[in-house]
Design a protein around this ligand. Structure first.
Ligand code: ZN
Length: 97
């Protein structure tokens, strides 16, 4: 588990830099600053315990409340609907500053 914390931060930053700045579940605007109410958490869309991968295509931004409150089954439901949107090359949420 060495380095997990560092890569966690890097992946959060990657999401942030790619315009993924709202919670995939409730749509709240996230902040990159740790310790805030709406701080971004790194969500594994497909949980590692269910065969998900520790890589970017499996990451999505979520707020603390949703990340803590959801079960793995819920995440998979969302994955079906949201992953295509997240990976769309020109999502409308991008390009806005
Ligand atoms: Zn949320």
């Amino acid at each position: 588990m060495n380095g997990r914390k560092r890569s966690y931060g890097q992946h959060r930053r990657w999401l942030w830099d790619n315009g993924k700045r709202t919670c995939i579940y409730c749509g709240v605007k996230l902040t990159i600053t740790p310790g805030q109410k709406n701080s971004m958490t790194l969500e594994h869309i497909k949980p590692l315990s269910r065969g998900g991968y520790n890589k970017r295509s499996n990451y999505a931004p979520a707020c603390h409340g949703c990340n803590n409150g959801k079960g793995s089954a819920i995440a998979e439901e969302f994955a079906r609907n949201i992953i295509p949107r997240l990976s769309a090359p020109s999502a409308s949420m991008e390009g806005k500053k």
